[in-house]
Design a protein around this ligand. Structure first.
Ligand code: ADP
Ligand code: MG
Length: 568
């Protein structure tokens, strides 16, 4: 059985292809969205998902979120005195999802399709694959998120002929893909995106605005507890404004209360810069697909941040039509990942479906150019594979060294669209000896092979000697070597994971602690006593005592969440 996994910046989901349809598997709290958060409990055990998210505010130095942004870099996050790379934190999320699926299906899960932003670089993709390995999963395929969304959407329209755009705005990334569906063949015509733009940035804008408007002392900008509490409030206000006209952010620090009331128009005004950034990738994808916005039959929304009315208005304005949201935007990518799993398992229900994808950015090398006066200008980018070429693809181009009798060639590989290499992303370097011949006899064939997972291989063959060198991206601090992965796998396996069957109670307690920090005055003392009472019930390990207490405690938490409880 191959599972589908949407490993998101904010939330992650796991799905299976079953009886000719995709199904999302709920976690042990019965929820299909598992927050991509990890926390270390005081006893050293690892908490994943909602329990960890609750602790972001109460235990910021023991909790991590939004680490997908650091995939493919060597940045580490410190949790309770331990350092973790983004791959490792992602692996802990994957492991939790895997266990949820194993519990639900009653079989061991060892293979997965994991979705990634279409615009993820080679290093970010490799990091995702490594995270899978660290979780004990073989990554059967890395699937682009908008392509997954398209699969979920298109599977219902198999016989239709339609042209649509997927607009995927998640917590940390933005992806756009233009697709053609014709006689069961789903073809991605073009993809574009922004790896550093998502709902999280809208929340941060709101936070900056809060600091500015309420004249909050700058010193609080580095106060962990104040910030986490403000982030939580800003996030709640942002979501509130997707349904209501106004919302409030209220944070207390040392007896001073800072409050900001905000309406939807104001939010749109302060997020104007970000709304502008959403236009660029859309225009580029359409241009590359040779289409005008009016030639699309539909626009499909994916990602939680497309719930914001201002984003929907922007989409409606850009395309002159209202977007389709028949499938829940939080779930559509995971549902598509399961379709891909079905395709991989050659399920008969998917017999006639064919899916093709493209390389979202150009890939090439740096070259020197001879100028009119005979001098050399270095650092120009020469694409070997142009962006939006269908994948898999293999292209070869012949290059010559700059000098006569040159001894060595250093090949720098880049991705991007800029004219000069310094403005593109460096993927790696390949250095090898040349046979020291005249320039015209020293040709080198450079082959770029880009596979369906979006992973690149570069081979350079010295034509004269037929000797081939393969680019192994080594010494890139953003990537773990196989040996490092093996070592970290062992270290991760030794971590104590909070028992799954007790996570529900642990989550309620974490939520209680967070709410305790939010309320004030005599309510607080009383509320604290209720938390202690529930803790005591748990210690009794007597389910007849725990169950009614749990129900009561949960009701209380729901009331506290809505600021509506009264002391009983
Ligand atoms: P990812 O795929 O990156 O995990 P999701 O698709 O789960 O992201 O979307 C998460 C983002 O959507 C977050 O930034 C969250 O604030 C935002 N979001 C979710 N629901 C809403 C809502 N009702 N209104 C506004 N933003 C929302
Ligand atoms: Mg997503």
């Amino acid at each position: 059985m191959i599972v589908g996994i949407d490993l998101g910046t904010t939330n992650s989901l796991i799905s299976v292809w079953e009886h000719g349809a995709s199904r999302l598997i709920p976690n042990c709290l019965g929820e299909v969205l598992t927050p991509s958060c990890v926390s270390i409990d005081e006893d050293g055990s690892i908490l994943v998902g909602r329990a960890a998210r609750e602790r972001l505010q109460t235990h910021p130095d023991r909790t991590a979120a939004v680490f997908k942004r650091y995939m493919g870099s060597d940045k580490t996050l410190r949790l309770g005195g331990k350092e973790f790379r983004a791959e490792e934190l992602s692996a802990l999320i994957l492991r939790a999802l895997k266990e949820d699926a194993e519990a639900a299906l009653g079989i061991a899960i060892t293979e997965a399709i994991i979705t990634v932003p279409a615009y993820f670089s080679d290093a970010q993709r490799k990091a995702t694959r490594a995270a899978g390995q660290l979780a004990g999963l073989r990554v059967e395929r890395l699937l682009n998120e908008p392509t997954a969304a398209a699969l979920a959407y298109g599977i219902h329209l198999r016989d239709a002929e339609t042209r649509f755009l997927v607009f995927d705005l998640g917590g940390g990334t933005f992806d756009v893909s233009v697709l053609d569906l014709f006689e069961g063949v789903m073809e991605v015509r073009a993809s574009a995106g922004d790896n550093m733009l998502g709902g999280e940035d809208f929340m941060r804008c709101l936070v900056d605005y809060f600091f500015e408007q309420r004249k909050v002392p700058v010193s609080l900008k580095s106060d962990h507890y104040f910030l986490q509490s403000l982030y939580a409030q800003a996030e709640a206000a942002k979501r509130m404004l997707s349904e209501a006209a106004t919302a409030a952010i209220r944070v207390v620090h040392n007896e001073t209360e800072y409050q900001l009331d905000i309406d939807e128009q104001a939010l749109e005004r302060i997020c104007e810069g970000m709304l502008r950034r959403l236009r660029d990738p859309v225009e580029r994808a359409l241009r590359d697909a040779n289409l005008r916005a009016t030639e699309l039959d539909n626009v499909v929304l994916a990602g939680g941040a497309t719930r914001m009315p201002m984003v929907r208005r922007l989409v409606a304005r850009m395309f002159g039509r209202f977007p389709s949201c028949d499938i829940n935007p939080d779930e559509v990518v995971a549902l598509g990942a399961a379709v891909q799993a079905g395709l991989k398992m050659r399920d008969a229900a998917l017999n006639e479906v064919v899916m093709t994808d493209v390389a979202p950015y150009s890939l090439g090398i740096d070259v020197s150019m001879t100028l009119g006066d005979g001098s050399l200008s270095h650092g120009h980018f020469d694409p070997v594979i142009e962006r939006n070429t269908p994948v898999p693809v293999s292209r070869v181009k012949r290059y010559y060294p700059v000098a006569e009798q040159q001894k060595q060639l250093q090949l720098n590989v880049f991705q991007g669209e800029a004219r000069m290499c310094r403005d593109n992303v460096r993927l790696g370097t390949l250095q090898f000896a040349l046979p020291q011949l005249a320039r015209e006899d020293s040709g080198v064939d450079i082959r770029f092979t880009y596979d369906v997972n979006g992973l690149l291989q570069v081979d350079a063959t010295v034509v004269k000697t037929a000797h081939t060198h393969t680019l192994v991206i080594e010494g890139n601090p953003g990537l773990l070597t196989e040996a490092e992965i093996a070592a970290r796998f062992v270290a991760l396996s030794e971590l104590k994971i909070h028992p799954r069957d007790r996570l529900e109670h642990r989550t309620l307690l974490a939520r209680g602690e967070r709410l305790y920090q939010q309320i004030r005055g005599n309510q607080r003392e009383w509320f604290g006593a209720q938390i202690s009472a529930f803790e005591q019930a748990l210690e009794s390990q007597d389910n007849r005592r725990i169950d009614p207490q749990r129900r009561e405690f949960e009701t209380l938490l729901n009331e506290a969440e809505h600021d509506s409880f009264t002391i009983r």
